[in-house]
Design a protein around this ligand. Structure first.
Ligand code: SF4
Length: 408
């Protein structure tokens, strides 16, 4: 199935049929249908990551999962495994365009689930939509306790009581244009995509010109009603949520053994699948609160994050050295030490530890940014990894960065 020509260079959006070459081997991105995979598939992914890759599994901000460190000659075996579990598309073109994020707690049979499932079918099957840019994506939210409505996607649908809101991405975030009946939502999105393709193929919504935007509005506004008020989206939440449990992976990375154990814990708690989210968190619908608590305790014991107050949730860090050849500092090891200091010193801000000035882990500003260079860190306050540093410190001096809490 694989060919050398099918392997993408760094910087592109990888898939399972067209993986990406990286410093530690090939990256295979798995896009499970409707953002979830059953527990046997989770065990297969863990085993494949260990046997065929380097054991590292990354959760992405587009609610996908990536197996890292494959060599070219193991790719066919990996694809065969994915195919056995229904995790492989018919061709690389379908895979590239099938970008649908769905609220993780949307249940099979719900309006949101049905819309997401149908959109995936259409995106994968309609050749006219192959002209959409590689990262073009649609979000389907259910307005539930793990609402993803505030995340960015080129087009967004939000299921509410009696209507579905439709929005598009702009340079300033989602602009909700109006509402339609749930039975019309899929057709509306396809109409909008076709309108964009007709005037500006391969363009993300946030980059549309004024002329293209008005053409899109001409196509969709007649199908929309005025938008009723929308409840605020709650956004990321982990721990117990009604009859579901949410856990986060530090820096978005799971090791193969963690995923295998999480599948076992989920099974014991009565869950049938693991659900991905754009927050790099995983959700499981559990039998009851006691089963959920037991799952969370088990997840904590294997190093996953189960508490919204955990400072690790406020730190972004790339792998750094030695995993990345551009890094000269152990960014994730130092980030873990900083997390302990943040808890001790009650530092409530955000932190980005970057192995070098490229800043792969985060492009938005953070309160404190450490940028690796020649084995030391440049220190940036309220900025990004590309900003000029005020000073440099060695990795052994991290405690100098956070003031002692004042007593009394
Ligand atoms: S920021 Fe630099 S060190 Fe970190 S992953 Fe990117 S290139 Fe590598």
């Amino acid at each position: 199935m694989s060919t050398a020509a099918a392997i993408l260079k760094k910087g592109w959006c990888p898939g399972a049929l067209r993986p990406m070459q990286s410093g530690d081997g090939l990256i295979v991105r798995v896009r499970p249908r409707v953002g979830r995979f059953d527990l046997d598939a989770a065990r297969m992914l863990a085993d494949a990551a260990q046997r065929l890759g380097n054991g590292h599994i990354d959760l992405t901000r587009r609610a996908n999962l990536q197996i890292r460190g494959l060599s070219d000659n193991r790719l066919d075996e990996q694809q065969a495994e994915l195919g056995r579990f229904g995790l492989l598309d018919d061709d690389a073109g379908s895979e590239a365009v099938r970008n649908v994020m769905v609220a993780p707690l949307a249940e099979r049979g719900s309006v949101a689930y049905g819309i997401a499932e149908r959109l995936e079918e259409i995106l994968a099957g309609d050749p006219r939509l192959r002209g959409l840019p590689a990262k073009f994506g649609v979000l389907v939210d259910d307005g539930g306790p793990a609402s993803i409505a505030d995340e960015r996607a080129d087009m967004a649908l939000r299921v509410a009581s009696g209507f579905v809101a439709f929005g598009i991405d702009t340079p300033h975030g989602t602009r909700w244009l109006g509402a339609c009946a749930s039975r019309d939502a899929v057709e509306l999105v396809v109409t909008a995509m076709q309108a964009v393709l007709e005037c500006v193929p391969r363009t993300r919504m946030r980059d549309l010109s004024a002329a293209a935007l008005s053409k899109l509005q001409l196509a969709v506004m007649p199908k929309l009603q005025p938008l009723p008020p929308l409840d605020p989206a709650r956004g990321r939440v982990i721990g117990m949520l009604d009859d579901a449990a949410g856990v986060a992976a530090p820096f978005g990375r799971l090791e193969a053994g963690q995923l295998r154990r999480l599948a076992d814990l989920a099974m014991m708690a009565g869950a049938r699948d693991l659900r991905l989210s754009p927050w790099r968190t995983l959700y499981m619908r559990v039998r009851d609160a006691a089963a959920g608590q037991a799952l969370l305790e088990g997840a904590r014991a294997i190093g996953l994050i189960v508490d919204e107050r955990d400072p690790l949730l406020r730190i972004e860090a790339c792998p750094g050295a030695p995993a990345c050849v551009s890094g000269t500092v152990d960014a994730r090891g130092d980030a873990r030490r900083l997390a302990r200091l943040m808890a001790e010193r009650r530092f409530g801000g955000t932190v980005h530890v970057s192995g070098c000035a490229k800043g792969c882990a985060r492009s938005a500003p953070s309160d404190l940014v450490l940028v690796g260079e020649a084995g030391r860190y440049g220190v940036v306050r309220n900025g990004t990894a590309r900003d000029a540093a005020d000073r440099t410190i060695g990795p052994s001096d991290l405690e100098l960065l956070l003031p002692e809490p004042s007593h009394g």
